[in-house]
Design a protein around this ligand. Structure first.
Ligand code: PLP
Length: 382
């Protein structure tokens, strides 16, 4: 029996595919992969990835080996699954057996992959692909400047490796005017021009070059190279700071009114008594809280929408509950059991994920990846 008090997360797979198609058009002549790490940013990779595959997506990115193994169980071999976090020691056999593609981030990982390739089953090893990640300024993951120069200076360091992807990642792509974009583009071009790779033993041609994630797709086409790696834009989050969002909203987030109460002057609301009631009004208590990924920073700041009308959040957010002021609404619009909107529908009758993120003091990525297991997940439009 589904818990009818549970909050609801509705995912519109049709809108997600429309976003994928829009990203594919924007990325041309590059092809478009999909980043489905962190369980497709919390929306459910097992539901999302097969739809993308049917739409023609053949390159999927996850962060960890476990994510890759789980994704391989729902996607047949032939579809490429890349591991952004690299090659953990001891994972080589699992990675090879599931035909995952580790993206090598250090010389030590390259050396470890090479010695695995020389081990038992070396013939089949020729077919195992790996990727290379060059850091061009994010200073996070990937071969640093010194390792990059070492690799360019001694191509034999890659002997026996079948490199199918060469990538880097932009630090400031959501700001098209940022000078870092050009600097990183130039660095990536130089690497691509100077890197000498061993011949592909699987008959593949030169490796795919990849620089752009969601925001990079909205930079000029010289940032697109061969393969784009959008994640968050698939799920409708705005890719460019301060610009109109061209993507379709993919999710709607709702929770139920569990209880209504009339309150009067002299009363306070919630833990810490942080909200002072200013006159007779009506409060609704909703069954969703910070354990579900509704940020505590929204207390006394954000709002939800009830039947298309804004209702301010009053008092602190608690673990499983939050309170809103509905004194300005007709009573028949607010009843126990009424679903209120935290994300969606479109303004002015609702707010976007970016609106909720801004009110929470964070970004859409963090909202998505914090949505907890108590949401009933409903998929439509598939
Ligand atoms: C997460 C990630 C992506 C996807 O980024 P979005 O901004 O969600 O499109 C692409 N590449 C790398 C290396 C990543 O870590």
């Amino acid at each position: 029996m589904p818990d009818s008090y549970a909050p609801v997360l509705s995912v519109d797979l049709g809108a997600m595919l429309a976003n994928y198609n829009l990203l594919c058009r924007r990325a041309l002549p590059a092809i478009c992969g999909a980043v489905v790490k962190a369980d497709a940013y919390g929306l459910g990779a097992a539901m999302i990835a097969p739809h993308l595959k049917r739409a023609g997506c053949a390159h999927f990115f996850v962060a960890t080996v476990d994510e890759g193994l789980a994704l391989r169980r729902v996607l047949l071999p032939g579809v490429k699954i890349y591991l952004l976090d690299g090659l953990p020691p001891g994972a080589e056999n699992d990675i090879a057996a599931a035909e995952l593609i580790p993206i090598l981030n250090t010389l030590a990982e390259i050396e470890r992959w090479r010695s695995f390739q020389r081990g038992p089953g070396a013939k089949a090893a020729a077919l195992r692909q790996a990727g290379l990640h060059f850091d061009t300024g994010l200073n996070r993951l990937g071969l640093d400047r010194r390792a990059t120069l070492d690799l360019i200076g001694d191509p034999h360091l890659l002997d026996g490796c079948n490199i199918g992807l060469v990538m880097s990642h932009l630090a400031c792509a959501d700001d098209p005017e940022h000078p870092m974009n050009r600097t990183q583009l130039q660095a990536f071009r130089e690497i691509a021009a100077n890197l000498r790779l061993p011949p592909r033993l699987d008959g593949g041609g030169r490796p795919l070059l990849s620089l752009a994630a969601s925001s990079g797709i909205f930079l000029p086409s010289d940032y697109h190279f061969d393969l784009a790696r959008p994640g968050v834009a698939l799920y409708g989050v705005s890719p460019v700071l301060g610009a109109e969002n061209p993507l379709a909203p993919v999710l709607r987030l709702q929770a139920k009114i569990l209880q209504l109460r009339d309150v009067d002057l002299d009363m306070t609301v919630g833990y810490g008594a942080s909200h002072q009631v200013r006159g007779p009004t009506c409060l609704a208590t909703i069954g969703v809280g910070y354990a579900d990924g509704i940020f505590r920073s929204l207390g006394n700041r954000g709002a939800v929408f009830v039947a298309g009308q804004r209702a301010p959040i009053v008092g602190r957010i608690s673990m499983d509950l939050m309170t809103i002021d509905v004194g300005h609404m007709p009573r028949q619009a607010v009843q126990p059991g009424t679903l209120v909107d935290l994300i969606g529908p479109a303004a002015p009758r609702g707010q976007s994920i970016d609106d909720l993120a801004t009110a929470s003091g964070t970004i859409g990525y963090e909202i998505l990846t914090n949505l907890g297991p108590r949401f009933q997940r409903r998929y439509s439009g598939g």
